[in-house]
Design a protein around this ligand. Structure first.
Ligand SMILES: Nc1ncnc2c1ncn2[C@@H]1O[C@H](COP(=O)(O)OP(=O)(O)OP(=O)(O)O)[C@@H](O)[C@H]1O
Ligand SMILES: [Mg+2]
Length: 252
């Protein structure tokens, strides 16, 4: 089990996360949903310490990291166990697809180049991009770049994979290939924390959905329950708004 305890984060006087606790079972795909600006990205970023919270800890296996006061060594250990996939892919533009996937293995895991390349090729093959190994990000479509980013994250064999709106920067026709890649990783048993606005995907792939608002988790349950029978009025209202966007009330 992965145990997240008491994460609090504010920017100046803006309290974004207000003491969040979350236990995640191995193999679970936990989707985080909620209105814009509610702290979903900040929460993910605190968990692998791209953002430093005022308070909070994460325990993964035998590693316990105090996220507010961690030393360099425990941060390296944390980054070995967590990987993040970003909305904007965040690939190194001056490195090929293969070199992008190799980077963390060499820098964080201190692997030798030959072994790192072997793993990177295997991962690129897994996401269907082996023949693009020697291309630079600028030569790849958004969907392909995001699949390289997923290959890079999975190459680290993370205990927890963090995905922050991995499809929202993509042209609509490229969304499917990235969602398929994520679904494949979910089926392989990776533990994931996923922020997504793709509600149908969340319904199909997530084993658990949490709704974040005003710094707190206000709903937490299996997708069927959260989507069909939300406990709180606020969550019901959120879904009603989303459904109105899918099925407009007005036509021109
Ligand atoms: N570096 C920062 N400095 C100041 N305020 C920040 C910073 N990063 C985030 N915030 C604020 O924290 C709040 C939460 O932002 P965050 O990006 O985590 O929301 P979100 O739920 O991911 O939103 P979205 O769905 O639009 O991506 C917002 O009010 C945002 O303006
Ligand atoms: Mg966000």
């Amino acid at each position: 089990m992965i145990e997240v305890k008491n994460i609090s984060k504010k920017f100046n006087n803006n309290v974004v996360l207000n003491g969040i606790d979350l236990n995640i079972n191995k193999g679970d795909v936990v989707a985080i949903i909620g209105p814009s600006g509610t702290g979903k990205s900040t929460f993910l970023r605190c968990l692998n310490r791209l953002e430093k919270p005022e308070n909070g800890s994460i325990t993964i296996d035998d590693l316990n990291v105090d996220l507010a006061h961690s030393d360099k060594k425990s941060l390296v250990e944390l980054r070995k166990k967590t990987s993040m996939v970003f909305q904007g892919f965040n690939l190194f533009s001056k490195k090929t697809a293969l070199e992008n996937v190799m980077e963390g293995l060499i820098v964080v895991k201190k692997m030798d180049k030959k072994k790192a390349e072997e793993i990177a090729r295997e991962q690129l093959k897994n996401v269907g991009l082996l023949e693009w190994a020697n291309h630079y990000p600028a030569h790849l479509s958004g969907g392909q770049q995001q699949r390289v980013a997923i290959a890079r994250a999975l190459a680290m064999e993370p205990e927890l994979l963090l995905l922050d709106e991995p499809t929202s920067a993509l042209d609509p026709e490229l969304v499917g290939e990235v969602l398929d890649t994520i679904k494949k990783a979910a089926n392989e048993g990776y533990t994931m924390l996923l922020v997504s606005h793709e509600m149908n995907f969340v319904k199909n792939v997530a084993t658990r959905v949490i709704f974040l608002e005003n710094g707190k988790i206000i709903e937490d349950g299996p997708p069927k329950e959260v989507f069909n029978h939300p406990k709180s009025d606020r969550v019901r209202e959120f879904f009603a708004k989303i459904n109105r966007m899918v099925e407009p009330e007005y036509s021109i």
